[in-house]
Design a protein around this ligand. Structure first.
Ligand code: ADP
Length: 538
């Protein structure tokens, strides 16, 4: 008889038990709206998650029920990340930057029966509350010294009254743990349901040194909101390894973040490029003000990190960047740009590789296909849609919406347009919905943006398609110049002309104070197209 291994389920509950048994003293720092810092521990996380589970049970929450959160990053939100899934219910993170009607749609669609709301976000909650017909109880995280709105429960007070012991059920690993919605730039938002298994496997893989890499000595700062694709899994990876967690609350401006990084001795931080563009600009202006010697790497993803950003941190400030790609549907990291040892020698090529979306994580597989679904070669030339599969890639949306996003053989169609090189590095040239097609030829907006952001006068650039009478579409660049700097259209054209054929060069430059941002802090090209999409029509 052959031996067998135990079939022990991979669950978030295990992470919670482990945090309590091995890392009870590890700290969780939460920044409140008034900028004061609350210090709790992993031991507190374990007992408070149990108290939350008891309180929710008393409110009638049963396994499989959805508990929404409308919250910044802080320890109470973390308790929802653990206590809700560990009791067998599903935590549903609501994106506070969406329009109220959209949040209402999403909460209703998921059928949230309880919502945990930050008191400072109450004005937003009030705007959609009435539309959530499934809602039975509202718990408010008191982050202001004001009386609670009538008919609501005080989150901390309810926990204080609840028992700190909860008999966590033995859950099958495919039990749903978290729901996250896509931001729905086209059509209604779609829900992705993450399982315990997918979450735990992702956390473990993200901790490998060639992925993002986490150790118990780390101090992890998720700048990325916990409502954006499970905070990129950072809150799970940190607890898995026993790293200190620093949760920035609502203070995401460059000065507050740099203060926090220095004072809490952050080693790994993660956020979208717009956050890091602001931080780099401030560091350039005041290079001596902060001691960032604790920082090991900054994980950047969510949209393309320009090479000028990655290199600016490295060359001018000695700070390393880890560029990663992911989606709400890939819970969330799918690829990461690490340079293989034999490719390090060519410094320029290695620099370019660091700015690609990188290599698939272990257990994730990538391929790209043409319009007819034919597989394309990994030759760095053939351009097609990226498809992925893996144990933390969604197999469907909630209620089976948009089933056409999956191929018959079980791959997810990402909507990202890419090339893949022989070494396996994925390079995104565009999102399918942002592609610029000029006279039948594809022009990569990402390549133009990267080149523009390498110009010394440019702080931010976004290139989008504008309607054109002859070529159907032509690229237009929206740019923000650095304080005190300027560049004429002719200078920018001359700068780009060294790298691109003339037909790729933008037909116009729109100068803005700031590029409009979407709900997760990324540049919002739909808004640019809406406002400036007709400027070439005269
Ligand atoms: P949203 O629709 O709000 O942007 P997601 O966060 O799920 O929602 O976005 C996923 C998309 O973000 C990807 O399909 C890709 O287009 C883009 N993206 C994520 N990471 C990167 C990256 N490192 N480089 C370029 N694009 C990225």
């Amino acid at each position: 008889m052959l031996g067998r291994m135990m079939d022990m389920p991979l669950t978030i509950t295990h992470l919670l038990r482990r945090a309590a048994s091995y890392h009870a003293h590890r700290e969780i720092v939460s920044v409140r709206p008034d900028k004061s810092r609350v210090r709790t521990t992993y031991g507190d996380l374990a007992t408070r998650s149990a108290r939350l589970a008891n309180a929710l049970t008393k409110l009638g929450v049963k396994p499989g029920d959805r508990v929404g959160t409308l919250a910044w990053n802080h320890h109470q939100h973390l308790e929802c990340y653990y206590g809700v899934p560990a009791m067998g219910a599903i935590v549903h993170t609501l994106n506070i930057r969406l329009a109220p009607a959209e949040i209402g749609y999403i909460a209703n669609h998921a059928g949230d029966s309880v919502i945990v709301v930050d008191q400072s976000l109450w004005p937003l909650f009030e705007k959609f509350r009435a539309s959530v017909t499934s809602l039975q109880h509202v718990m408010v995280v008191r982050d202001k010294n004001e009386p609670l709105p009538p008919g609501t429960l005080d989150y901390d007070a309810v926990l204080a009254e609840a028992s700190p012991d909860f008999a966590w059920p033995e859950l099958p690993e495919n039990t749903g743990a978290m729901i996250c919605y896509t931001s729905g730039t086209t059509g209604n938002p779609k829900g992705a349901l993450y399982s315990h298994r997918s979450t735990v496997l992702h956390a473990l893989t993200a901790s490998l040194p060639d992925v993002i890499g986490f150790a118990m000595s780390d101090v992890v700062l998720p700048v990325v909101p916990m409502f954006h694709a499970s905070g990129w899994g950072l809150p799970y990876a940190a607890v898995l390894v026993g790293a200190k967690l620093v949760l920035p609350g609502p203070h995401l401006d460059p000065t507050s973040l740099l203060d926090l990084m220095q004072q809490e001795k952050v080693t790994v931080a993660g956020g979208v490029p717009t956050i890091w563009l602001g931080i780099l600009a401030l560091l350039d202006a005041e290079p001596k003000r902060w001691d960032l010697s604790s920082v090991r790497t900054m994980a950047i993803g969510g949209s393309a990190a320009p090479p000028a950003l990655i290199d600016g941190f490295r060359v001018r400030h000695g700070l390393s960047v880890t560029h990663a790609w992911g989606m709400t549907e890939t819970n969330p990291v799918g690829t990461v740009a690490r340079v293989k040892p034999h490719l390090e020698a060519d410094v320029e090529a290695a620099k370019a590789l660091r700015a690609t979306q990188g290599l698939a994580l272990p257990f994730v597989e990538t391929r790209h296909v043409d319009d007819t679904g034919r597989l394309l070669p990994w030759d760095n030339q053939a351009v097609g849609e990226l498809e992925v599969r893996g144990p933390w890639v969604s197999a469907s949306y909630l209620k089976d919406e948009d089933a056409h996003r999956w191929t018959a053989d079980g791959w997810f169609k990402t909507g990202d347009v890419v090339t893949i090189c022989a070494e396996g590095y994925v390079r995104i040239t565009d999102r399918a919905k942002d592609v610029i097609k000029s006279g039948g030829e594809w022009i990569s907006s990402v390549a133009l943006e990267n080149a523009l952001m390498a110009h010394p006068a440019i702080a931010e650039a976004a290139v989008f398609a504008a309607a054109h009478p002859k070529w159907s579409e032509r690229p237009v660049a929206a740019i923000v110049t650095k304080p005190g700097a300027s560049a004429t259209d002719d200078e920018l054209r001359a700068h780009l002309a060294t790298q691109f054929p003339s037909m790729y060069l933008p037909d116009a430059y729109v100068r803005l104070e700031q590029i409009p941002r979407g709900s997760t802090g990324k540049f919002l090209k739909t808004k640019l197209r809406e406002q400036y999409g007709n400027i070439l029509l005269g």
